[in-house]
Design a protein around this ligand. Structure first.
Ligand code: PLP
Length: 388
């Protein structure tokens, strides 16, 4: 029977032994062969032949299949962190002498990997802004990779996936996109022609601020290449964490849909507050990103950003919250707030902050699953403490 991807995220593989509601955790690092000649199956890449858990593991495989279904991909891979997924996917394809075109506004560690690490391997990395990205094939024909993310941290600015892919294809480049901020519930980049989608599964996919994990999804052929590098670099997930992700995936859709709804209400609340000079949320029709977001997102997400008068106001606001935790990361069941200039954008020059469109008074909010009325009360009380 055909089933939708949200149903697939709940059911996946069946318990082969006892019809348990959950697929078992196979903790074994090694799996015996029945006969010595069976090792041939490993050389022949038979998918259901397990020999060593860094290569693959049934508990991990169950979750990889679910993530592939959620991203409309032929296959997917799990990793020990989002950074392991990002770096392994890039290094599987970038070679000495290659050019990578990357969006300038990226998750900080991905940016530093591109800026500080890849050039050591003889790879040229060029950072561009959105409008340059759409035309980058003119400047960088023959580029090996395009790397970008949307919505962008912390302003939730949206990059046109369609335009980026068009340019990547003209350049003859593979495109890799970080879909962490949206989650597979709100956005499926492969539907717009992206080659590989990567996630920090630590965020919405894990959803409870208790699992470090990463994922990549794409065609069978591309995932086969990435798996070879995953095996070599060793950034595999352990089966216990994979099981935790499996449990999280069962509620991903309801969690994210509720976070979308709450974020929309909270963004609308902030729009009515005098002390909030700007609200950035792609679900607001007057938002600069609404049109692009509407085209490529199925939901507008649980991330929003507000701007207060200055850093002092942002600090007072964050320090006065009772429910919202002043913490980095995102996508969990509890609401998190953070001040970008003190966290993701710390020590950046005024020019760098301007090009990231980040101001000192900004507060990023990852909306959790609390009752939105309670959250709005908490935000209202905190705003009351901010000087007029
Ligand atoms: C958008 C984005 N991509 C990737 C990462 C890296 O993921 P991880 O911390 O799981 O390595 C993060 C982490 O904050 C992120 O926010």
């Amino acid at each position: 029977m055909s089933r939708t991807k949200s149903t697939e995220a709940i059911h996946g593989r069946k318990d082969p032994l006892y019809r348990g509601a959950n697929y078992p955790i196979f903790t074994s690092t090694t799996f015996a062969v029945g006969k010595s000649d069976d090792y041939d199956k490993f050389i022949g890449d038979q998918e259901e032949f397990y020999i060593y858990s860094r290569y693959s593991n049934p508990t991990v495989r169950n979750v990889e299949e679910k993530i592939a279904a959620l991203e409309n991909a032929q296959d997917a891979l799990l990793f020990s962190s989002g950074m392991a997924a990002i770096t392994t996917s890039m290094l599987a394809f970038a070679r000495k002498g290659d050019t990578i075109v990357a969006l300038r506004r990226l998750y900080g560690m991905a940016y530093r990997f591109l800026r500080d690490v890849l050039p050591n391997f003889g790879i040229d990395v060029h950072f561009v802004d959105e409008s340059q990205l759409y035309q980058a094939h003119n400047e960088f024909p023959g580029a090996r990779l395009y790397y970008f993310e949307t919505p962008i941290n912390p302003t939730t600015d949206c990059v046109s996936i369609e335009k980026t892919v068009k340019s990547a294809k003209k350049a003859g480049a593979l495109s890799i996109m970080d879909n962490t901020f949206a989650s597979p519930v709100n956005q499926n980049p492969l539907d717009f022609g992206v080659d590989i989608v990567v996630h920090s599964a630590t965020k919405y996919i894990g959803g409870h601020s208790d699992i470090m994990a990463g994922a990549a999804a794409g065609s069978k052929e591309l995932m086969k290449s990435v798996r070879e590098y995953l095996k070599a670099f060793g950034g595999c997930i352990n089966p216990m964490d994979a099981y935790m992700l499996d449990r999280s995936l069962k509620t991903l859709k309801v969690r994210v849909e509720r976070q979308n709804k709450s974020a929309q209400r909270i963004a609308e609340f902030f729009l009515r507050q005098k002390k909030v000079t700007n609200v950035y949320y792609p679900g607001i029709p007057s938002d600069r990103n609404y049109k692009v977001a509407k085209k490529q997102m199925m939901g507008f997400g649980g991330m929003l950003c507000i701007e207060l008068a200055d850093l002092g106001a942002a600090k007072t606001f964050c320090d006065s919250l009772e429910l919202g935790l002043n913490a980095t990361s995102l996508g969990g069941v509890e609401t998190l707030v953070s001040i970008p200039v003190l966290t993701s954008h710390i020590k950046m020059s005024p020019e760098e902050l301007a090009s990231a469109r980040v101001s000192e008074g900004m507060v990023r909010i990852s909306v959790g699953l609390e009752d939105p009325d309670d959250l709005i009360r908490d935000f209202k009380n905190a705003l009351a403490k901010v000087g007029a």
